[in-house]
Design a protein. Sequence first.
Length: 186
Amino acid sequence: MTTSPPRHRIELRLRALEQLFNSMDPTPFHHKDLDPDAEQFIESWALEFPAESRFEITIHLEEQPSIADPKALATEALHNYFDYKAEITRRELKLLLQQGRISLAIGLAVLALALFAAEALAKLALGRFLGILRESLTIGGWVAMWRPMQIFLYDWWPLRRRLGVYRNLARAHVTVERILAAPGKA
């Protein structure tokens, strides 16, 4: 039996739909960057949920939208923006793994040279200085493996998780609702 991924709702309350977008970006709405505060709000909520979650984004507007179909505009803009963020994150992950492979090759070469040198020193003499040098080479060789191990054990999976969240935000169901003013307020 397959269970569907959990669905989570993210709600934004805005005065006007234009607040969703970065006012410094001159491109048309559906290609605009999101307002940094709106982006940070959506991302921070989404990252609190499991990576496989599906999202519903509800935008509550205080003012009547100036366009006929604000839902279509908001949906296209959010989907485009988070598709873009997913692509950027995918590239970062690809570059990190490439850096990991290069670091691994360098680390293995340094480790091999250090261990061979330490072994050669062990055969030469038993003096205290050479013993310290031999141990230093061994430790230095293993330290050369630190960065590739960090990349392959720890650094890649937060990017992978963020990539999944961005992809799911890019497929989020978006609704736009008008908040009705309370009686006596205009």
